[in-house]
Design a protein around this ligand. Structure first.
Ligand SMILES: Nc1ncnc2c1ncn2[C@@H]1O[C@H](COP(=O)(O)OP(=O)(O)OP(=O)(O)O)[C@@H](O)[C@H]1O
Ligand SMILES: [Mg+2]
Length: 318
């Protein structure tokens, strides 16, 4: 049953809206039966890319193959093989849980017997049994996400595209949601998911980071963190504002963020002794501080990959 090649192959796909280049020559290889994450600031092109991969939006350049089908030419053949959760919520508010599921079962023409079997299965799997007669409009955010995943998986598609499925959902519900995703992957489903949460991104098998429509980083989360081409330094001091001012003066400084009582600093990796450089700068200004090298986090990878291009080369303060 396993077909060769990646689930999704995109080469140089581009989409403009007027003067805006929403997606700019993006190429992707998304492996089968894994979770592939899309990260990127607001407006970086995640949703636009997903809509092109689904065949809902035409690229102006480039080629797409999804599950062996050419998109958009063979998009119709793919319709039943993809489950798509849009970023803007796609449930019928004035229908109950059961009515939403029955509606989708009809849309997918599942037939009476399979509809009944699949609806029973997803009610159980996504803990919706007791909510079956609740109107979608009257469900909590996390319950709605469960129903949305239930409707997206009702027809057992081998490929799921989930556009920010867990925005505004509490941490425990997000964990539960991700456990459901891993259960689907274990059964062979390929999942493409966009997110703004670093903890979710870290759980993906692979990630793509988009910035201003371009693919700026791609790989396994651990590889991206280990390969960050910047030094990470942490500074603990009682004089945090003074330290911040001094560090902004360093030409090698790329990014600075306060985490509680610490400053988290990214420095050019051309610097031979980053902790020494920071210690010397602070001590020259009469600031007492503890300075330590730190491991890069995925957030550091994200920040480094999405630094505005103008600031990336100058060390300018944000
Ligand atoms: N239908 C449209 N018409 C005009 N411009 C659009 C349209 N859809 C997207 N854009 C523009 O394309 C760019 C990319 O938008 P997109 O929605 O793909 O970003 P995103 O990464 O999904 O952002 P977010 O994290 O906010 O969801 C933005 O500048 C957006 O304004
Ligand atoms: Mg979006």
């Amino acid at each position: 049953m396993t077909e060769p090649g990646p689930a999704i192959e995109a080469r140089g796909i581009t989409r403009r809206f007027g003067a805006v280049v929403a997606v700019n020559e993006v190429s992707l290889d998304i492996p089968r039966a894994q979770i592939y994450g899309f990260l990127g600031p607001n407006g970086s092109g995640k949703s636009t890319t997903i809509r092109m991969l689904c065949g809902l939006l035409l690229p102006q350049a480039g080629t797409i193959r999804v599950l062996g089908h050419e998109v958009p030419r063979e998009a119709e053949a793919l319709r039943r093989q993809i489950g798509y959760m849009t970023q803007k919520f796609s449930l019928w508010d004035d229908l109950t849980v059961l009515e939403n599921l029955r509606f989708m079962a009809r849309a997918y023409t599942l037939g009476t017997e399979r509809s009944a079997r699949r609806i029973a299965a997803v009610l159980e799997e996504y803990r919706l049994g007791e909510l079956r007669d609740r109107l979608a409009a009257e469900m909590s955010g996390g319950q709605r996400q469960r129903l949305a995943l239930a409707t997206a998986t009702l027809h057992e598609p081998p490929l799921l595209m989930l556009d920010e499925p867990t925005s505004a959902v509490d941490p425990q519900s997000r964990r539960d949601f991700w456990e459901s995703l891993f259960a689907l992957v274990a059964r062979g489903t390929t999942i493409l998911v966009s997110t703004h949460y670093m903890d979710e991104a870290e759980r993906c098998h692979r990630l793509a980071i988009l910035s201003e429509g371009r693919l700026v980083a791609e790989g396994e989360p651990a590889t991206l963190m280990d390969g960050l081409p910047l030094h990470v330094v942490e500074v603990k001091t009682g004089a945090i504002e003074a330290a911040r001012r001094e560090l902004h003066r360093l030409p090698a400084m790329r990014s600075l963020a306060q985490l509680g009582l610490r400053l988290h600093v990214l420095l050019d990796n051309g610097v031979a002794d980053p902790a020494g450089l920071v210690r010397a700068a602070l001590s020259a200004a009469g600031i007492d501080a503890e300075v330590l090298l730190a491991r890069a986090s995925l957030e550091d990878v994200f920040v480094a990959a999405t630094l505005p291009r103008a600031a990336a080369g100058t060390g300018a303060a944000p």
